[in-house]
Structure formats: structure tokens, C-alpha cells
Design a protein around this ligand. Sequence first.
Ligand SMILES: [Fe+2]
Length: 139
Amino acid sequence: MPLISVITHTDTVVSPYPASDVNIKAYPPGGGTLGLHYDTNGITVLLFLTTNQEAPLRYQVERSHPSRKEPWVEHGKVHARKGALLIMQGRRVLHDCEPTLNEQKFSVVYNYYERHDTYRHPDFDNFVYYGARPSRLEG
Ligand SMILES: [Fe+2]
């Protein structure tokens, strides 16, 4: 997508893996959530379809600066706002979704890669979307 390439200064391609190129995430009221994780793709774009007071995306980013001796971890929250686009380096940003209470939350997830870096473990989508145990873990 040219817009994402321009913003990220990378040669961006949409995920070549059909199950995980574009998804809709639906968080039902009463505990809809997503566990803490890094993304496998390099660039993740979220389009929020709802405005929510609950269930923010929570993130942790490692930071460093020449003025500080030690790196540190920045924590933050982003509440969904309908129509807003969030662009994130999903491999570098540890993130989850705080559980919903009464609201429902919907977002579109666009998974992008840099053209030279589209590796994804062959079992990963079957595990995430269909619950199939990765072959490496069997036996
Ligand atoms: Fe993610």
C-alpha cells in the first residue's frame, strides 16, 4: 500500500499469507481481549471501527536515549476511535488488548511486511486461526 510505504519509509507489501493479510477483530462485551504478544509481521495497521472508552490497546516499547544511561520500557494505552488508523512496528512493540467490560470493540487488522522480510512460520496461521498444533511441538 503506497500510503503505508510513504509513512514508514519502507517497501511495504501486504501479507502474502491469505489467512492473515486482512482480518477483523471483534471483542465482545464482557471480557473480549487479546493476550500480550509481538506480531510476526513487521508493520501492523489497525483501523478502528468503533469508539471505545474501554479495552484500550496496551503497549510496551523499549526506549533508549543518549542522555540516559539505561534503556527503559515505555508503557502506554490507545483507546479506539472510530475511523482512526494506528500504525505499529508489531515485532518491536509488545501489546495486548485490555478486556472489555460493557462495550464491544471492532477493528480491522492489516498485516504488512517489508518486501525483503516476509518470513512467517508455515504452521503459524493454522495455529492462530484454526487451533492446529504446530508440527514442531508434536510427539
Ligand atoms: Fe498484534
